[in-house]
Design a protein around this ligand. Sequence first.
Ligand code: TRP
Length: 475
Amino acid sequence: MSTRGNFSGRIGFILAAAGSAVGLGNIWKFPYLAGQNGGAVFLLIYLACIFLLCYPVMVGEIAIGRKAGTDAYGSYQKLGGSKWGYLGLFGILAGIFILSFYNVVAGWAFGYFLHIGFGDLLNEKDFGAFFGFFTNDILDVSSAKGLANSNFIFSLVFMAVTALIVSQGIQKGIEAANKIMMPALYSILIGIIIYSLTLPNAISGVKFYLIPDFSELKIQTVFEGLKQAFFSLSLGMGALITYGSYLKKNENIASSAAVISLADTMVAFLSGLMVFPLVHFLQYKANLTEVATAGPPLIFIVLPQIFHEMGPILGRFVGGSFFLLVCFAALTSTISLLEVPVAYLVDQKKMNRKSVVWGIALLIFIVGLPSMLSQGMIPALNKLDFFRGQDFLVFIADMCDISLTIGGCLMCVFITYRWKIHNMDEELEQGNEGYRKSFLRKYLSFTIQYVCPILLGVLSILVILDKFWGIDNIF
Ligand code: TRP
């Protein structure tokens, strides 16, 4: 045990798990999903998913990990036999694919940080065209900037920094990095929110974000909310089994999971509160009638335009801080994603941590190349016929989303029928003496045995049908 390493205590674990949760999902995806799905209505559905489906799954994952004290594969295998080990492997594989495309987007954010903070990106005239050009040509050897503009290099560097942190181990690497980046992230976020709320027309953005319009409520809103909640909390693929395996026995799992869920939800909520006033400020300043809720490019196209409007000095400062925030958020997540396959090889194959880290990081970078190339450089990857004309990056991201809710569903089945709920209760009692008699125990037993497996199972199937055939053809 002692050779595996562990978190120094409750704060270290919570910061690391919250760091895993807080990421591009919160800052990049949540605001544009909320923008596309009716603002406050989306927020409400999202909160319901967290409360009803995500929190129980999170507690379950951490409990499995801490009980077994090993990686995702080893934990399922130890508590459930070798067949269940495949569920762990499935999660590890999902993690590899998530990191492969996640690192590409993180590379873009890193490039934008450098180009806004230290370069001349804000002088661009057309930010949409710039983003297209930037993501298209991954080496950008044709332009005057040459390799300095290459997102191939940006993501390679991002992956290398991730590997460097993970190679240092749990306390000196993952925990130490999170202890610096998480407080920094919260401070930058709050700073930008305060500033954006003082801008003209900010209140209209806040209203759009916070006043629900129930006419926007569609079945897809529920799908999007659920997938986003699972992704955002890093559930369903064993990341929290892995982190849980480094948690000491005297820590309270249920309350730690509550703090982690809350910290993540706060950042998603606050990101919306940062972005919508900015978007409505732009609408006012540039005299637009439409509110720009541009979808995935929101932070790469709409926000730079806003930083441009702020003028060269302020824009550079606010824009640079914003993308630094995005990089920190992404990095605390990429390290958790990399740790999952690394823990597997270190625990199961008894391989050396440092070499495993660099080997897997390189492998995942290579797995990510099709996603990177799918933004235009290879036309065949840009429009997939079997996937309604979407690009490869979106395809992989969607497949991963689906595997997370399926993974969460199967985890509940595992706890209910194989490991048994009373064993989970026993694990949750450690570090929480009153647990057995608490209402929380009843709530978790009920949700993990009935609500989560059924709802997650049904919703996963509906999401698959919707993705490949479109929901209109089903109902
Ligand atoms: N939760 C992170 C985000 O919101 C991404 C992430 C990190 C993740 N580790 C994960 C997603 C494990 C699923 C599973 O950006």
